[in-house]
Design a binder for this molecule. Structure first.
Ligand code: RP5
Length: 163
């Protein structure tokens, strides 16, 4: 099965957050890979990963990074495969540093930036599923199904005192 989504992150410490993206893709049955690729500590690996992404069949890259979070932007600069950025909730600045360094790309090289932390990781996977769903109807259906379940769960628990 061709791996469609690459989940990369700057450090093993980011896995605590990025596992939620992997979990969602797993749930949808979307083939994905997970790898630590650091913009600062392994810059050559970053270039090699981004260079090979398209020819390897990746259709979306989800990149999580914290602090001076250059990973998503640098990967986006080296590939035409769409890149979704997840700002990790850093300890020093609570993720504002990660968010601003991922979202504030200069015009010309976009990174689809999600929310800080767990919500961003989950939404990155949902967005990746929606993107690959343009080509593979089963994944579009999986996203639809997930949303319906979510709606049903909210409607079934409308009284907050009963939860
Ligand atoms: C970034 O530095 C990583 O994405 C991580 O969020 C942050 C801290 O990394 P560690 O010092 O925990 O390895 O490159």
């Amino acid at each position: 099965m061709t791996v469609l989504v690459g989940i990369i992150m700057g450090s093993t410490s980011d896995w605590e957050t990025m596992q939620f993206a992997a979990e969602k893709l797993e749930q949808f049955g979307i083939a994905h890979e997970v790898e630590v690729v650091s913009a600062h500590r392994t810059p050559d690996k970053l270039f090699a990963y981004a260079d090979a992404a398209e020819s390897r069949g990746l259709e979306v890259i989800i990149a999580g990074a914290g602090g001076a979070a250059h990973l998503p932007g640098m990967v986006a600069a080296k590939t035409a495969v769409p890149v979704l950025g997840v700002p990790i909730q850093s300890k020093a600045l609570n993720g504002m540093d990660s968010l601003l360094s991922i979202v504030q790309m200069p015009a010309g090289i976009p990174v689809g930036t999600l929310a800080i932390g767990k919500a961003g990781a989950i939404n990155a996977a949902l967005l990746a599923a929606a993107i690959v769903g343009n080509k593979y109807p089963e994944y579009r259906e999986a996203v639809r199904h997930f949303r319906q379940q979510q709606t049903d769960a909210v409607l079934a628990n409308a009284d907050p005192r009963s939860v």
